[in-house]
Design a protein around this ligand. Structure first.
Ligand code: UDP
Length: 234
């Protein structure tokens, strides 16, 4: 059973049935799943993406510089983090939003000791703003924060139940890997679980990654309990 984990939720997950923005039903559903884990005395820190509003690499151009586009992406993560914080608290899960972009009117700045203190008090910590630096992604932010906060693993919520040898939507005989090495995940071009910067950082510091389907009831809890759910990269 894990004691402290980092959960990465992408913007796409939050968009749910919509092409962009936030699907409140999906957000509430995820919040209820996370509540079960938080109430089992597991410390949870969440890094939320922003791709449901802005992805820097896609928006740059037409006069918008890449750095500005990445700033826009990081602000998008803040929109998601604010929504999730309220939804969690509405469900009765004590939660704090800490931001790596300074926005004092909106959220407390991310401070290492503060994040630890909130988690020790049983609050879920949602980190907004990614790393605060352009040319990076929230996957990289997730691995870096998991290392900084001494989390036991990065759990990446996806809509498939792990990594397959071929696309399970197209091939009936596709096989799910229970475990992969970082090298396999990095060198197999078909495996696109996380970007290379995030995967490389995890490999360098031996931070385990678990890719799992967050849309199945109790799956998050099952991963926490060490049940064979998803794919573990280590
Ligand atoms: N971003 C960034 N630095 C970071 C994290 C994110 O510049 O440390 C920007 C980047 O433009 C990225 C966008 O924010 O495309 C949204 O994050 P991401 O694409 O990781 O979101 P997700 O795909 O998880 O929804």
């Amino acid at each position: 059973m894990y004691k402290r984990v980092l959960l990465k939720i992408s913007g796409e997950q939050l968009a749910g049935k919509f092409d962009g923005g936030i699907d409140p039903e999906r957000a509430k559903w995820l919040a209820a799943e996370i509540k079960k884990v938080a109430e089992s005395n597991v410390q949870v820190v969440i890094v939320v993406g922003g791709g449901n509003f802005v992805r820097g690499a896609r928006i740059a151009g037409h006069g918008v510089q890449r750095v500005t586009a990445d700033h826009m992406g990081m602000l998008a993560t803040m929109i998601n983090a604010l929504a999730l914080t309220d939804i969690f608290e509405h469900l009765g899960t004590p939660t704090r939003c800490l931001s790596n972009i300074v926005a004092e009117q909106v959220a407390e700045p991310f401070v290492h000791r503060l994040a630890n203190k909130h988690m020790e008090k049983g609050r879920v910590v949602i980190v907004a703003g990614g790393t605060g630096r352009p040319y990076l992604t929230t996957d990289t932010a997730a691995v870096a924060l998991a290392l900084e906060l001494d989390c036991q693993a990065v759990l990446k919520a996806t809509k498939v139940d792990g990594v397959y040898n071929k696309d399970p939507a197209l091939h009936k005989d596709a096989k799910r890997y229970e475990e992969l090495t970082y090298q396999e995940a990095l060198h197999d071009g078909a495996i696109k679980v996380m970007d290379k910067a995030a995967m490389g950082l995890a490999m360098e510091h031996k931070m385990p990654l678990v890719v799992f389907d967050a849309l199945k009831v109790d799956n998050f809890l099952k991963v926490i309990k060490g049940e064979h759910v998803g794919t573990t990269i280590k």
